[in-house]
Design a protein around this ligand. Structure first.
Ligand SMILES: Nc1ncnc2c1ncn2[C@@H]1O[C@H](COP(=O)(O)OP(=O)(O)OP(=O)(O)O)[C@@H](O)[C@H]1O
Ligand SMILES: [Mg+2]
Length: 353
């Protein structure tokens, strides 16, 4: 592919007899913000490090901006990187931390300091030149790290869980700042995260990984609304899984009730997947699956109910908007029915693991 800025082809990384990356192929367009999302140990950092040249792939190819960089050392590649732990030089001031790479590249000190001031403005830290890292909060240190990574104007920005060491409020604030800065600069960016909310809110496209393979690549909407596998459905957002018997390809039977399947399924067993916000709650006389309300939680903009199906011990999570909840909800312990629109359900062959 010529149109992609970063082209990764059948990348394999082995550590002794353990294979951390099992043939990853991926294309990233210029200016895109891509998140690598997946559980701990799935290979996100290994893939990022291979892109940076900090890890040598066992097989496969990485092409950046038309140049085969697969075996190039990091210093011959064109990227800036920010790690989870701030990794600033503790004995250098903020200004010297950012200027370090510039001066190393031969830039004159006063020109470098001019650049430093520009970058500090961009990350909202003007006036912090003479502070030392220990005098800054975690969020401020990460902004310095970001400025340092960007100071050399790299073609590619790599971020490995840059927000995960920060508290929730700072994290959400910095999410916006990183996104704004990325759009402003138009820099192709890859961010590793195991936080699905972070990926959904920040990324143009998400690469969902599991056990060293890519499970799905798509926009946040595609990943959320059309998960390609049960793993993706389970990992991104909250999903209810209902075991079902396949009656006839496009008909499923759940607890004796026949419901339509969103698509044809093979085999005798299937799993119907439903998002909490796609389920409607009705009176026991209304059509749907019979259930009992176990818990009700007021969450501000919506109400979260846990409902237990008659013959099924597993609990279903149902989210009702606060607006609809005003029209009346069953009380805890009461019977109700659950229904949904077939287009809002997903079906997977076989039973849930
Ligand atoms: N240098 C190494 N030697 C041996 N095994 C390694 C090495 N680096 C990584 N691994 C293994 O490769 C797998 C993937 O590791 P990696 O750090 O890429 O995971 P990750 O997705 O970034 O996880 P986390 O979310 O915990 O950071 C893990 O099982 C890890 O133990
Ligand atoms: Mg990691």
């Amino acid at each position: 592919m010529t149109s992609s800025y970063l082209h990764i082809d059948r990348l394999i990384k082995r550590f002794d007899d353990f294979t951390a990356l099992k043939g990853i192929s991926l294309d990233i367009k210029e200016g895109e913000f891509v998140c690598f999302l997946g559980p701990s140990g799935c290979g996100k950092t290994t893939l990022l490090r291979a892109i940076a040249g900090l890890e040598l792939p066992s097989e496969g190819q990485i092409v950046q901006n038309g140049r085969d960089v697969t075996v190039l050392p990091p210093e011959q590649r064109d990227f800036g990187i920010v790690f989870q732990s701030y990794a600033l030089f503790p004995n250098l001031t903020v200004a010297d931390n950012i200027a370090f790479g510039l001066i190393n590249r031969g830039m004159k000190k006063n020109h470098a300091m001019e650049k430093v001031r520009e970058w500090l403005c961009l990350v909202d830290l003007d006036g912090y030149e003479d502070k030392f890292p220990a005098q800054l909060s975690g969020g401020q240190q990460q902004r310095v790290a970001l400025a340092r990574a960007l100071a050399l104007s790299p073609g590619l920005l790599l971020l490995d869980e840059p927000l995960s060491a920060l508290d929730a409020k700072v994290r959400i604030h910095l999410r916006h700042e990183i996104c704004q800065l990325q759009r402003k600069l138009g820099i192709t960016t890859i961010m590793v995260t195991h936080d699905q909310e972070e990926a959904l809110t920040m990324a143009d496209r998400i690469v969902v990984m599991n056990h060293g393979v890519v499970e799905q690549v798509g926009t946040p909407e595609e990943i959320y609304n059309n998960p390609a596998s049960e793993f993706v459905a389970q990992f991104v957002g909250t999903m209810n899984f209902l075991p079902a018997n396949v009656v006839d390809g496009d008909q499923l039977k759940i607890e004796g009730i026949t419901v339509p399947s969103p698509q044809d399924v093979k085999g005798r067993h299937a799993t119907l997947a439903l998002r909490p916000e796609q389920i409607r709650i009705g009176k026991p006389s209304e059509p749907g699956l019979g259930a009992t309300v176990k818990t009700i939680e007021f969450m501000g903009s919506f109400v979260r109910l846990e409902c237990q199906l008659r013959d099924n011990s597993s609990l279903l999570q149902v989210d009702i908007s606060a607006e609809r909840a005003k029209q009346g909800l069953p009380a805890r312990g009461e019977m109700c029915t659950l229904s949904w629109d077939v287009v809002n359900s997903q079906v997977f062959e076989g039973e849930v693991a």
